[in-house]
Design a protein around this ligand. Sequence first.
Ligand SMILES: Nc1ncnc2c1ncn2[C@@H]1O[C@H](COP(=O)(O)OP(=O)(O)O)[C@@H](O)[C@H]1O
Ligand SMILES: [Mg+2]
Length: 362
Amino acid sequence: MSRTVARSGGPGPYDAFDHLATMVAVLAPDGRCLFVNAACENLLGLPRRSLQRSRVFDWVVEPAALQANFAAVVANEYSTVRLEALLRRPMAPQAEPLPVHAILTQIDHGEVLLLELVEIEQQARQDRETRTLDQVRVTKELIRNLAHEIKNPLGGIRGAAQLLELELPDAALTEYTQVIIHEADRLQALVDRLLAPHRRPRVVADVNIHEVLERVRSLVLAEFSRGLTIVRDYDASLPEFRGDREQLIQAVLNITHNAAQALAARRETGDAQIVLRTRAARQVTIDRRRYRLALELHIEDNGPGVPPEIRDRIFFPLVSGREGGSGLGLTLAQDFIQQHQGLIECESEPGRTLFKIQIPLP
Ligand SMILES: Nc1ncnc2c1ncn2[C@@H]1O[C@H](COP(=O)(O)OP(=O)(O)O)[C@@H](O)[C@H]1O
Ligand SMILES: [Mg+2]
């Protein structure tokens, strides 16, 4: 007895699986795929229609173990088996196969089998991300409090130095009061920058992400006019979303600006390149929440990469790899994107640095 699952057109019996974060496939007893959910489609990187014509054994490297377990479940020896497998990614043939936990279960009285796939790395990665975000929040709070504490006495110190200057018997001594005043001003400016992002009220309206990117592109090209190419790779079908346009421009600008700075050597030789790429991503988890649709924005450069010694900390305040850097650019960018329920991540190696922004879409 076999059953066909209507997938073209109207709703199918397994559509509810599309809401799951777990990758799920429904299989016929001969291994043919009857249904894949959105998470599975996403991960394998192939459209449903072609997956639903394939056999599950073609999805994995060395399918013998899967075949044996599959047969055992079909033969009713077990109702559920668990195993580990290596998933091929046909759309990215050069990518490493993905280690997964696979769980095979009989459903509908053995007429069909349910296959659940859980990325082995995924859990570890999500834990790591959440920890980083928590850390960033704590650090931000700490910095903000500290900035306030420094700000208050600073005015007093500066004022007292000015008064002292008026009373000095020897004009040459003003050199010292000037140092106090100058340094107090410098600290004041730093503290203002630490506190500034939280001052301006947010302005929320419909945002077109490509308008944001075009603005950033022209700003960066105006500053770095020679030897730099900024390639656009836009998905024009992306919908507008509610957000603060200025915040988004600032966030993307900070990242793109860093990339342009890191590309100094390649700008000299004329082959510096930044790619601005937009895509839609489905079923995305950001900071413990799951979204059906998200904007994925890539800012990729072919520069030397983030210095390894600061790679884990670049989003923390005051972390800079540049002479004279404030180390606030990425902190601010992360903050702004988080205010859009989003997240920035970074992957970097010499020759390729990718900043990936995800923002939930309606
Ligand atoms: N695209 C990039 N390539 C190489 N290094 C980067 C890149 N983006 C950021 N960095 C590193 O991260 C550091 C922190 O950046 P940021 O927070 O903007 O502070 P700042 O630019 O003031 O140093 C930079 O100093 C740089 O060392
Ligand atoms: Mg910067």
